[in-house]
Design a protein around this ligand. Sequence first.
Ligand SMILES: Nc1ncnc2c1ncn2[C@@H]1O[C@H](COP(=O)(O)OP(=O)(O)O)[C@@H](O)[C@H]1O
Ligand SMILES: CC(=O)N[C@@H](CCC(=O)OP(=O)(O)O)C(=O)O
Length: 245
Amino acid sequence: MKDLIIIKIGGQAISELTDDFFEQLAVWRMQGKKILLLHGGGPLITKLCQQLQVPVVKKDGVRVTDAQTLALTKLVLLGQAQPLLLQKLSDHQLPVVGLNAADNQMLVGKYLDQSVYGEVGTVVSVNQDKLLPLLDSYIGVLAPLAMTPAGNWLNVNADQAAADVASLLGAKKLYLMTDVAGVLNQHHLIPHLTKLVSQKLVAEKIISSGMQPKIKAAFAACTAGVEQVAITNCLQNPGTIITKE
Ligand SMILES: Nc1ncnc2c1ncn2[C@@H]1O[C@H](COP(=O)(O)OP(=O)(O)O)[C@@H](O)[C@H]1O
Ligand SMILES: CC(=O)N[C@@H](CCC(=O)OP(=O)(O)O)C(=O)O
């Protein structure tokens, strides 16, 4: 879908959004683009778990999620992170609609590997018939949670969710907005990143922690045909562009 732009906003990045961000969204809306935001909330989930003395376990940047962690994750994503982002967009006079997996089977998921990650999944289908007409009038804001056909909630890494949704909807552009200017090597921005180079940087531990699922998601979207995939902290700066070759 050539007019669809998907933007993932990391939990940290939500509280650091500047006027440029909202101005760019307004410009795209005036140009008739459809905009869908996928929000994170990782730092808030970790904070609540720590306050309640629930262990925080991550594997390659993905939260290992037991039933208790899943309950807290839903609480934070749907009760804190999403309302915060919706309020900021509304404050900038942008029309918004908050969405999650429980609305009309919006995001159907499957388990990633239950024996390793617990209640964690990926998105396998999107209710396009319900979603796309909404995006004619509103900026959609989706939480990174999916539901299995049997009705079990799944925690989905927000980068993965954004890449899955962008791939399934055939989006033209995917921006993974985070708290750093892009992928860095010794503090220098890497303007273009290929899969081969990224694998080398992961092996050398130059790419680590939360950047790992981001890179994986970015290449998956690129391979699935999303034309432009960027990791950045600002919609006006290209950051790191993900390239196939
Ligand atoms: N090579 C790298 N370049 C940039 N950031 C990196 C790199 N390796 C690890 N990181 C870490 O990844 C973080 C971004 O991932 P994450 O904290 O999960 O953000 P988000 O919440 O936006 O998804 C950066 O703040 C940085 O600490
Ligand atoms: C399975 C998994 O890792 N889910 C993530 C979902 C939120 C997220 O990805 O938020 P950020 O983008 O702010 O990191 C988590 O529980 O932290």
